[in-house]
Design a protein around this ligand. Structure first.
Ligand code: SAM
Ligand code: SF4
Length: 332
């Protein structure tokens, strides 16, 4: 079989695919979803597990995709997700299968996901403060998320924690989350707030920048040293405290965009290919998957999307346009 490497016009090779399995969620994080009246995709528009598996198999076999991350919305609200994991985990050539979750349903699902072949989880937790958690997610679910993290660890998952960092809101969470990393050994990754919220209330001033976070953590805990052990395509730059306890990642999407090394693209829950988180254009794969299109037809459609990928997201220029879709509908 000929390998069709997904290289764009800037020489970037794409071997990393994010697959959204739903746009639904059991939280309402203000930086992602609207508070009410969410317009969910009608169910027939959402790809079936069989359609997702076929696409992933073609991407691995024909295009050299090596990493898959399942996301959403909240992936664990999709019924019987472990069946999809089971189908994907056995595809030859897949080196890395991971999932991003808010953790709420992990106490019930961790064992089944592990048994199905999943080993890596990123769990989102922005704060350890119950009131702030409720303010940010519009739900009182901090205890469930903490129980989810515990369940994941007990089951044997490799776990990383993700926290969105927002200026004027989450400064007081930096030290408690870093201390959690120091005490638990889990990597905590702070993500700069991006303009992907449904309510379009993002402002540049609300971005808590990596430099500011680094300064605060060094002042209040201990000096941080870059670990230099991440691949250039990994958006998180990792630091360790000088005393060796705690590992902190920073995803500096706004202050230090990493587009030059981007190796990823996305499949939305309704089967659209997006060559960038901030794309304003999409390629419809679902209609191909639901016609008699061949595997080569699927490859060609993806190749065309990757060839059209822009050099960068241009967030820091006047040309930037916020995509029509919000994060929960794109698949973060
Ligand atoms: N529901 C799952 C979760 O929250 O982990 C998976 C989907 S969520 C869209 C994926 C990641 O995107 C989460 O870590 C979330 O915090 C992050 N995220 C959502 N909206 C964001 C935004 N506007 N800026 C930065 N990160 C965001
Ligand atoms: Fe749901 Fe994740 Fe979006 Fe929060 S960030 S609303 S948990 S999809």
């Amino acid at each position: 079989m000929t390998l069709h490497v997904l290289q764009d016009t800037f020489g970037r090779v794409h071997d990393n695919l994010r697959v959204s399995v739903t746009d639904r969620c059991n939280l309402r994080c203000f930086y992602c979803m609207p508070a009410e009246n969410v317009q969910y995709l009608p169910r027939p528009e959402v790809l079936t597990f069989e359609e997702i598996t076929r696409f992933v198999r073609v991407m691995i076999g024909h295009c050299g995709i090596r990493k898959i991350r399942l996301t959403g919305g909240e992936p664990l609200v999709r019924q019987n997700l472990e069946r999809l994991i089971e189908q994907l985990a056995t595809i030859p050539g897949l080196n890395d299968l991971a999932l991003t979750t808010n953790g709420i349903l992990l106490p019930q699902q961790a064992a089944a996901l592990y048994a199905a072949g999943l080993r890596r989880l990123n769990i989102s937790i922005d704060t350890l403060d119950r009131d702030r958690f409720q303010q940010m997610t519009r739900r009182d679910s901090l205890e469930q998320v903490l129980a989810g993290i515990e369940a994941a660890r007990e089951t044997g998952f490799h776990v990383k924690l993700n926290a969105v960092a927002i200026r004027g809101l989450t400064e007081e969470d930096l030290v408690p989350l870093a201390m959690l990393s120091r005490e638990s050994g889990l990597e905590v990754r702070f993500i700069e707030y991006m303009p992907l919220d449904a309510e379009r209330s993002w402002e540049r001033d609300k971005v808590l920048r990596t430099e500011t976070m680094l300064e605060r953590l060094e002042q209040e805990i201990a000096p941080l040293v870059p670990l230099g052990d991440h691949a250039p395509s990994n958006p998180a730059v990792a630091y360790g405290f000088e005393d060796g306890r705690g590992r902190i990642g920073f995803i500096s999407s706004i202050s230090r965009p990493f587009c030059a090394h981007c190796n990823r693209f996305r499949l939305t829950a309704d089967g659209k290919i997006r060559n960038c988180l901030f794309s304003t254009e999409e390629t419809d794969l679902r209609s191909l998957l639901r016609s008699d299109a061949s595997d080569d037809d699927l490859v060609l459609a993806v190749q065309q999307s990757i060839s059209a990928k822009k050099e960068g997201h241009e967030i820091n220029t006047a040309r930037f346009l916020q995509p029509d879709r919000a994060m929960h509908s794109i698949g973060g």
